[in-house]
Design a protein around this ligand. Structure first.
Ligand code: SF4
Length: 380
């Protein structure tokens, strides 16, 4: 692919403009023909691709945010059985939606999915709008998701940039600017717009994603089987292991906490996570407020330290000591006198047998599993 010469500059940190890399109409035609032919033969057979119904496209795209394709396949089928149309989803209780979402993580997506379904029904007569602008006005739909729905479901000529297509595009045109976040991706959207064909934009976009997932992988791309090899700058210049250039990831932060398994007879105390917290709206075991040293020492001495659970949320690496507490019959949360790390929006005592039906984050499930495995003979 011919690349325009960069402008001379006296600024060492100046970055190339996106139009240094955009492709000509002829290059676009060649690339899209090769890619669509490859997609016809090798494209992935995914459950949401049976048709281009916007509801299916939308649900799959929301599920695919931050979740692997293989994992999404089963959840997608189950979710479509539970909520076959946008109307059924809009009419459901949030608790039902969150329960169906269990295991996919990032529950904020499920809550926004529900809010979006309600808005599609109430503001658009149950029909998804077709344009990127009107789609991004809906809850939980950002630029990528809007472009995917608009191109795949409504055949609009819209480009997409997500993890796989970003990598393919950057290598294809030899884009050597560090990529990270919305600002870093902005030039790539312009390049993607110069690549996307006016016909079959949706299939082209899906093909880009599949090529990134199957051939142009992050490490050791299969350039010798790639339909775009003759047009690819990274392949030509031996830069496939250097592109795309990613900005330094945010440093991770280690967090120690104490998770409380508070049991009253055969019920467990759960607190609802607040709007501004991780896992907003989900039911979690409470966390103790610092200082927690004496709480831990006493629990260890009395044999109530159930173990530890490690998990990650965003850039936090969390290690939770799990402590069992017994509550007396009729005790309220206030009467327990537990210093909690955050004020719950709500709390409830849930029968142990009913826990599988409660929408809980996966670390809380692992904490409850520790309790399940412990000796329960001392339960109050
Ligand atoms: S030739 Fe290699 S680096 Fe270029 S798009 Fe194909 S797989 Fe990716």
């Amino acid at each position: 692919m011919a690349r325009q010469p960069k402008q001379a500059t006296n600024c060492a940190t100046a970055l190339p403009a996106a139009d240094d890399y955009t492709v000509s109409p002829q290059q676009r035609r060649t690339i899209s023909q090769k890619l669509l032919r490859w997609f016809h033969q090798h494209g992935r057979d995914l459950p949401w691709r049976e048709n281009t119904d916007p509801y299916r496209v939308w649900v799959s795209e929301i599920m695919l945010q931050q979740t692997q394709v293989e994992r999404v396949c089963d959840y997608f089928r189950q979710f479509l059985i539970a909520f076959p149309t946008v109307e059924t989803l809009a009419a459901a209780d949030e608790a039902e939606v969150l329960a169906a979402w269990q295991g996919l993580g990032y529950y904020r997506r499920a809550r926004q999915l529900h809010a979006c379904a309600k808005m599609v029904v109430s503001h658009h007569d149950g029909c998804f709008p077709e344009t990127v602008d009107s789609l991004t006005a809906l809850p939980g739909i950002g630029r990528y998701t809007a472009s995917a729905i608009s191109s795949i479901a409504f055949a609009q000529t819209e480009p997409i940039v997500e993890a796989n297509s970003r990598r393919v595009i950057a290598r294809l045109v030899g884009f050597d600017r560090p990529l990270s976040g919305t600002a870093g991706d902005a030039p790539l959207w312009e390049i993607a717009a110069s690549l996307v064909p006016t016909r079959q934009a949706g299939r082209f976009n899906q093909a880009l994603m599949d090529l990134g997932a199957m051939v142009c992988r992050p490490a050791a791309p299969s350039c010798h089987t790639c339909p775009l090899a003759t047009a690819c700058v990274a392949f030509r210049d031996g830069l496939t292991d250097q592109l795309p250039r990613m900005a330094k990831p945010r440093a991770s932060v280690a967090v120690d906490e104490v998770a409380l398994v508070v049991v009253r007879r055969n019920t467990l105390l759960l607190v609802q996570r607040g709007e501004d917290e991780w896992w907003a709206g989900l039911w979690d075991v409470p966390r103790a407020a610092p200082p927690r040293g004496s709480l831990l020492r006493t629990a260890r001495r009395e044999g109530r330290l159930l173990g530890e659970v490690r998990y990650g949320v965003t850039h936090h690496r969390i290690r939770a000591d799990v402590v069992l507490l017994h509550a007396g019959k009729g005790n309220t949360l206030d009467q327990l006198g537990i210093p909690l790390a955050s004020e719950p929006t709500a709390h409830r005592w849930v029968p142990l047998s009913g826990l599988p039906r409660i929408a809980m984050p996966s670390p809380a499930r692992r904490i409850v599993t520790l309790f399940d495995r412990a000796d329960h003979t001392s339960l109050g």
